[in-house]
Design a binder for this molecule. Structure first.
Ligand SMILES: Cc1ncc(COP(=O)(O)O)c(C=O)c1O
Length: 471
């Protein structure tokens, strides 16, 4: 070992205990603390604006600096973070991530047991949610998983499209009006054209209307278009609505259309007794997205794309490269996915599932579902709050604070911002059918009933303050 390498190794080993202490402190602070607001202290502002140092401060100091930066960043892992769709940085999975990064295996080509673990993990996720996955891949997030699935669907519907583009054919993709914008982006990136994404109307529970889907498909077929895929959402980002997968699968089966289920946020709920009936028909999908970094609690980025027929992924992505020669009968993993270099994302999920088993995951998800129902009841019972929709399917509970006078939309938008600045509870706003509201989303195993109660307490306290300022 060179002198420099041995010095660096000594410094690393000396700092290791300190790094572990920082991790321990972080996890302990999550157990008791509210979210920190992203207000920046002078020290951190200075730290994040400096130029490249010629001589470093040393690993121990750099670790402290990094911890200082993180203390002043908005951590989704905290139990009172209810914004967007959060994630919780499960500690066992954090350790898995560190181990995976240390070995840094190559998942594009031959990687020995690592690739087998990836495949096993996605089958485990399939078992958890009730999907018979043959194979699939891990991706950075729901965005890339949805893109990967739609690339496979495009290749199946238009086999020449990889070589010659979509030409004069009119490819069409269908998704509910409330589908995540990643579907629209994927359609754009794949060259299918945003105008060819049909926003299928939704019912009064904001679920895709299968009769409307059938009507649109039949009209498109009559006009000579090529239906490429239907994307059913299993838990919309806006309200947590679960599209009726079985009825949508009937339409797809009638016309031979690829069915992709985007369960990035909501599908883990299929692992619970209470919510599993909502996902009836899931096993009929051609491909399914689940983001493990959402409701399976592991740190970002860890999205699972499962497919029923692995040949469809290979048809979409296989390539020959003279620097990656394949022996007969062996296909490199990169032939089934978009990314060449990618982290060993599945290890953290595998490690957490192996360490804890499926049951604690089921229990924690069921807890979030129960908490959402109770929050809904509290909103209904509260004199100054109102739900925007009926009882939630999953764990998003959009509600409004009703001011005594003035514009309720403006009041709720300002309230969301004020709550973010206040820092006790982190919520984001949303607009549903033109009505501005607060939109708590519960996907954290650390969240207690007290944490959930604090949502209405803080919203009412700060809402009253806003009204007093306006009076
Ligand atoms: C239903 C759904 N699909 C896709 C995505 C995109 O996922 P990611 O941010 O992991 O790319 C989200 C994100 O919230 C989502 O809720």
């Amino acid at each position: 070992m060179t002198w420099l390498a041995s010095e660096l190794a000594r410094e690393r080993d000396e700092a290791l205990e300190h790094g572990l202490d920082l991790l321990r402190d972080t996890w302990r602070s999550f157990d008791r603390a509210r979210p920190d607001q992203p207000s920046m202290s002078g020290a951190v502002a200075e730290l994040v604006s400096g130029t490249l140092p010629s001589n470093g401060v040393g690993l121990r100091q750099a670790l402290d600096d990094a911890a200082g930066v993180l203390d002043e960043s908005l951590a989704q892992s905290r139990p009172r973070y209810f914004g967007y769709v959060g994630s919780s940085g499960l500690g066992s999975a954090v350790l898995g991530d560190a181990l995976a990064a240390s070995h840094d295996v190559n998942l594009a080509a031959e990687s020995g047991a690592a690739y087998l673990v990836e495949q096993q993990t996605l089958r485990w996720v399939g078992e958890l949610v009730g999907y018979p996955a043959e194979t699939g891949t891990f991706a950075s997030g729901g965005m890339v998983s949805n893109l990967t699935a739609l690339a496979a669907a495009r290749t199946r519907a238009l086999p020449d499209s990889r070589r010659s583009g979509v030409g004069s054919s009119s490819p069409v993709v269908y998704a509910s009006a409330d589908a995540h914008s990643s579907v629209e982006r994927a359609v754009e990136v794949l060259g299918l054209g945003r105008d060819n994404l049909r926003a299928v109307p939704i019912d009064d529970r904001r679920r895709m209307d299968p009769a409307e889907l059938r009507r649109l498909v039949e009209a498109d077929l009559a006009a000579g278009a090529v239906p490429v895929a239907v994307v059913a959402t299993a838990g919309t980002t806006l309200t947590g609505a679960v599209d009726p997968i079985g009825e949508i699968a009937d339409v797809c089966a009638e016309h031979g259309i690829w069915l992709h289920v985007d369960g990035a946020y909501g599908l883990p709920a299929a692992a619970t007794m209470t919510a599993s009936p909502l996902f009836h028909g899931l096993e009929r999908a051609d491909s399914v997205t689940v983001d493990a970094h959402k409701w399976l609690f592991v740190p970002k980025a860890c999205s699972v794309l499962m497919v029923r027929d692995g040949a469809t992924l290979r048809a979409a992505f296989a390539h020959e490269a003279s620097y990656m020669v394949e022996e007969e009968g062996y296909a490199h993993p990169v032939d089934s996915t978009l990314e060449y270099s990618r982290p060993f994302r599945s290890l953290k999920l595998w490690l957490a599932l192996r360490a804890h088993g499926a049951n604690p995951f089921r229990t924690a998800i069921a807890e979030n579902l129960r908490q959402a129902q109770e929050l809904y009841d509290e909103v209904v019972a509260h004199p100054r709050m109102e739900p925007v929709l009926g009882r939630p399917d999953l764990s998003i509970v959009p509600f409004r604070r009703v001011p005594a006078a003035g514009d309720a939309d403006r009041h709720n938008m300002r309230l969301a911002r004020l709550m973010q600045l206040d820092g006790r509870v982190y919520l984001t706003s949303a607009v549903i059918d033109g009505a501005a509201c607060l939109r708590p989303c519960l996907v954290n195993f650390r969240t207690t009933d007290d944490d959930v109660r604090s949502i209405l307490e803080v919203a009412d306290e700060l809402g009253a303050r806003l009204e007093a300022e306006q009076a």
